[in-house]
Design a protein around this ligand. Structure first.
Ligand SMILES: Nc1ncnc2c1ncn2[C@@H]1O[C@H](COP(=O)(O)OP(=O)(O)OP(=O)(O)O)[C@@H](O)[C@H]1O
Ligand SMILES: [Mg+2]
Length: 343
């Protein structure tokens, strides 16, 4: 690292509903859950990211935790600014101790279905955290760059990004989004499905975080898996007695709990295929569908989508980081990616 890095302090930010990643000089310097903890009376930030997540659903009257994004967009501006600022500070304290240079340029990715008002809000928040030049890039394009697809080519590629708040399906060709579908069914809804299922079927009350652990532990979308995971021990509160108890669940149960939501994602993918121009359909037939986002890790999803669409389905190498990496590549090559950046 040279002293110049101090002055050229550009950052690429994947501000996600579930996770925020920051890339600098091509490497991931921040990868934290999108959450902050505030003091209820003074509104001062107590913790950000992982530390705040540890407090989530365990707070008392003086502390509240906030997830500033909902359904892929900023729902609480004040909290979002605090969060971005807190995360940018993490890089600087790691690198420079107390010295905190301003971020000069920032690329931040946004959902493809975002409104102009929401876009302006993202830009304002980024500027308030010290960025002098702010560029935005749409998430499916960033995901495609992150996977290594040549987005400028006159060839269509279909990206399905299943994040925490939204599932975005986009067909990309010639550096643009030709058609897209965005639905608010993704990781948060899957967790809610699991939470409801545990209450309904096992009379067990669990929190958001436990639901997420179940999803990661035994989350599946097929009732028959080639490599089934071990059953998962769930701790929660018995709905009848009020006493803590333990229940074991298997992946088949979770597959049934997620069925309704997975069907909605399938429908959206079929819809996107249906509205694609025929010449691009031919490309997609050849190249298949690329899955990114944490939801791509659901067991059996690639197989299930391949059966449903009769197309090849590829899971990105590191689905949770594809969008951030793509945003980082765009930051490094601002000029060559000018056509896909928005200001
Ligand atoms: N192994 C796994 N199996 C299933 N789901 C997972 C797994 N790992 C992470 N997830 C889920 O993926 C989601 C986070 O994915 P990701 O980081 O791509 O979302 P995001 O970018 O924050 O959200 P969005 O793009 O919608 O704003 C969370 O809901 C998380 O629970
Ligand atoms: Mg995302």
């Amino acid at each position: 690292m040279s002293i110049l890095d101090f002055f050229y302090n550009d950052v690429a930010v994947d501000l996600g509903t579930a996770n925020t990643l920051i890339i600098q000089n091509g490497s991931i310097v921040v990868d934290e859950p999108s959450i902050i903890a505030l003091d209820r009376t003074t509104n001062k930030m107590i913790a950000v990211g992982r530390k705040a997540m540890q407090m989530h659903e365990k707070t008392h009257d003086n502390i509240k935790t906030i997830r500033p994004l909902k359904d892929g967009v900023i729902a609480d501006f004040h909290a979002a600014e605090h969060m971005i600022r807190g995360m940018i500070k993490m890089i600087h304290t790691a690198k420079w101790g107390v010295l905190t240079p301003l971020a000069h340029r920032m690329i931040i990715c946004i959902p493809s279905g975002i409104t102009d008002v929401e876009k302006r809000a993202v830009r304002d928040s980024a500027e308030h955290t010290g960025a002098k030049e702010v560029y935005m890039i749409s998430e499916p394009i960033a995901a495609a760059i992150g996977i290594g697809i040549d987005i400028e080519a006159p060839v269509g590629s279909m990206i399905v990004d299943i994040g925490g708040g939204t599932t975005e399906i986009a067909v990309i060709a010639l550096s643009g989004i030709v058609c897209d579908q965005s639905i608010r069914v993704a990781g948060d809804v899957f967790s809610k499905d699991i939470l409801d299922y545990m209450r309904r079927k096992h009379n067990l009350l669990i929190g958001e975080r436990t639901a997420e652990k179940i999803k990661i532990g035994v989350g599946a979308v097929l009732e028959e898996l080639d490599a089934p995971p071990d059953d998962f021990e769930v701790r929660g509160r018995d709905l009848m007695t009020g006493i803590p108890k333990v229940v074991r669940v298997n992946y088949k149960e979770i597959a049934s709990a997620l069925e309704k939501s997975v069907l909605k994602i399938e429908e959206a993918i079929l819809k996107a295929l249906e509205i694609s121009p025929p010449e691009l359909s031919a490309d997609i037939y050849e190249n298949g569908i690329y899955l990114t986002g944490g939801g791509a890790l659901l067991r059996g999803l690639d197989k299930r989508l391949a059966q449903r669409t009769q197309l090849p389905v590829h899971i990105a190498e590191d689905p949770l980081q594809a969008v951030a990496r793509g945003t980082g590549v765009a930051l490094k090559n601002l000029h060559s990616y000018k056509s896909v950046l928005m200001t």
